[in-house]
Ligand binder design. Structure first.
Ligand code: PRT
Ligand code: ZN
Length: 303
């Protein structure tokens, strides 16, 4: 770690060492053109292509490392950031970090779940229950907002088994597919936070070259996300249907129209779209006269 403290002219990003966000974070930074050499202790990645290094840590430590100025940016679940921001506010401490970019990946939700045989109708039903969670600040704020008095049982892991063990009546935990809830005979009742991986940073970006590097990196991240969410659609259509098909393109740019050799009426249409193209979109376009529909991922883009 000694070389960490000597390199504060370099930008430092805190990412999860191992876990659900580890690969997502490193993959995003690699797509931004960053190359790293990992230290032998696997705590630090030295940036070889730019003066940007990584600190590999537990996700829960990321907002605090930013608050202390040890790192300039971090990648963490909104759930972790939101919990720590609320906890800091409750203790009259400064907010540790703020969300700079949603990354539209590692999506999950923080939800209250009840035993399968309890039908959820309204927040008041939770009155007097014991709810197990690792997110006491977020749960506490939701309960207060809905004027429900419940006992929050704080657990650091395996929250989903608390009702079976009899230590809680309900839980408040992260859900993605819902399989864990089902396996524990629980049913998702209400979502209290929609989460995804986010880039976090200090309230103010550093004023030196690190601030410029932050901005450059955030711009590259925007580009990477834009490419990831864009698709090229190609199809054939009668000239008369082009206008209506164009309106069906989700967030589509102005399409390129190309003549088709040997056809007077049909044209080929290529368009870049910045939204998901669903089967429903394709079926609607087909009904409007389109054929030969192809949707392709985009690898790089330079407008
Ligand atoms: O060791 P470290 O502290 O760094 O990691 P961690 O164990 O605290 O976190 P990790 O790696 O499990 O998750 C990191 C982040 O991934 C979380 O903070 C969320 O932002 C995000 N994420 C996305 C999830 C899930 N999906 C998820 N499904 N985090 C946890 N889960 C767990 C959930 O707690 C439950 O146990 O998966 C189970 C539910 O999954 P389903 O698919 O069965 O519903
Ligand atoms: Zn954690």
């Amino acid at each position: 770690m000694s070389n960490v403290s000597k390199t504060r002219d370099r930008l430092r990003i805190a990412v999860q060492k191992s876990g659900r966000l580890a690969e997502v974070s490193q993959d995003l930074l690699a797509r931004c053109g960053l190359k790293f050499r990992q230290s032998r202790d696997k705590l630090f990645c030295f940036g070889e292509s730019m003066p940007i290094d990584l600190l590999l840590v537990r996700d829960d430590d990321i907002p605090g490392l930013i608050a202390q100025g040890v790192c300039d940016l971090g990648i963490v679940g909104r759930n972790v950031l939101a919990e720590q921001v609320l906890a800091a506010r409750a203790n009259n401490e400064p907010v540790p970090a703020r969300e700079l970019r949603p990354l539209n990946t590692s999506r999950c939700r923080l939800s209250i779940a009840l035993p399968q045989d309890m039908e959820y109708q309204a927040p008041q039903q939770l009155q007097g229950l014991r709810i197990a969670t690792s997110y006491p600040a977020l749960l506490g704020a939701w309960l207060a907002e809905h004027e429900v008095e419940a006992k929050i049982v704080v657990l650091s892991g395996s929250v989903e088994i608390a009702p079976r063990l009899g230590t809680a009546d309900a839980i408040c935990d992260l859900v993605s597919s819902g399989a864990t809830l089902i396996a524990n005979q629980l049913r998702e009742a209400v979502v209290i936070l929609e989460s995804e991986a986010v880039v976090v940073g200090a309230q103010d970006l550093p004023l030196d070259e690190r601030g410029d590097l932050c901005e450059l990196l955030l711009r590259r991240i925007d580009g990477v996300i834009r490419v990831r969410e864009s698709k090229l659609i190609m199809l054939h259509a009668p000239r008369s249907a082009v206008a209506i098909i164009q309106q069906m393109l989700p967030n589509g740019q102005i399409p390129t129209l190309l003549p088709i050799e040997g056809s007077v009426d049909q044209v080929a249409l290529h368009a870049l779209c910045f939204g998901a193209i669903t089967w429903q979109h394709l079926e609607d376009m087909k009904r409007a006269g389109a054929s030969q529909l192809l949707v392709l991922p985009v690898e790089k883009m330079l407008a």
